[in-house]
Structures are given as structure tokens and as C-alpha cells.
Design a protein around this ligand. Structure first.
Ligand SMILES: [Zn+2]
Length: 142
């Protein structure tokens, strides 16, 4: 099977909006969940643990211009608290869970969950925003 060329980011010069090659919803969300570039899926979308790359090194998609700054941490907290709350309710269903044990177990678990969930959630939000063409436009200087 011949290898498909990577998607290329193109700019429509006659209009101010950008047109870019994006896969279908399921592929884009799966790529985001896998923390890959939602456009091509060939490269990591992250430059560090939390930082989104400015541009994809494979398809040149402007990942850094997607405004996914505050929604991923909020969603990560909501998901993490749901898991922690459910775990606390299950662990303390007979009322025998001590305060110290709950602190020792669930505070580190909450921190680890936040660290582990942040990147996939941010990747999904990145894919959602790219599919909806939510890209920061460069500031035009007068
Ligand atoms: Zn890419």
C-alpha cells in the first residue's frame, strides 16, 4: 500500500479564514486523545508535558494558535473529581475509612490523575477546536 503524503496546511488567500486538512470527527478526536496532531496524527501535539507545539513539524498545522488554554484544566478537574468522589464513596461505603487513610490515598491519587488526564483532555479539546476552525487570528497592526 503506497504511503499517503502528509496533510499540508494551506491558507486561503482570498478570504481571512484558514482552510486546513482535517480528518473526520472520530479520527480527529482519536488523534487528540492519543496526544497527536489532530490534523495529520504523525507527530506529537505537545512540545513539553503541558505545552502545545506552535506548529506541527509534519503538516505545519498552527497548533499553538488554537485557544485551548483554560478549558482542558477545567475538564480535567471535573473528570478527576468525579473519579476521586466515586472512589471515596466506594471506599467509605461502610463508614470505616479513616481520615488519615483517605488523605494518604486520595490526595496523591488526585494529583496523579490530574497529571495523567491533562494531556489527553487537552488533545481532545485541541481536536474539537481545530474541527470547528477555532484558530486565533494574528493581530493585525494598524
Ligand atoms: Zn500535523
Amino acid at each position: 500500500m503506497p504511503e499517503q503524503p502528509p496533510h499540508r496546511w494551506t491558507r486561503r488567500t482570498t478570504q481571512q479564514s484558514r482552510v486546513f486538512a482535517m480528518p473526520g470527527w472520530s479520527a480527529a478526536l482519536a488523534r487528540g486523545l492519543a496526544m497527536r496532531c489532530p490534523s495529520c496524527g504523525q507527530a506529537s501535539a505537545f512540545a513539553g508535558w503541558f505545552t502545545i507545539r506552535a506548529r506541527c513539524p509534519r503538516c505545519d498545522a498552527p497548533l499553538g494558535q488554537v485557544p485551548c488554554d483554560t478549558l482542558p484544566p477545567y475538564l480535567t478537574i471535573v473528570i478527576g473529581l468525579g473519579i476521586i468522589g466515586g472512589g471515596l464513596m466506594i471506599a467509605d461505603r461502610n463508614g470505616a475509612l479513616s481520615y488519615a487513610t483517605s488523605l494518604i490515598v486520595f490526595i496523591p491519587l488526585a494529583i496523579v490523575l490530574q497529571l495523567l488526564l491533562q494531556r489527553p483532555v487537552k488533545g481532545v479539546v485541541l481536536a474539537l477546536m481545530m474541527k470547528n476552525d477555532m484558530i486565533r487570528r494574528p493581530v493585525e497592526k494598524p
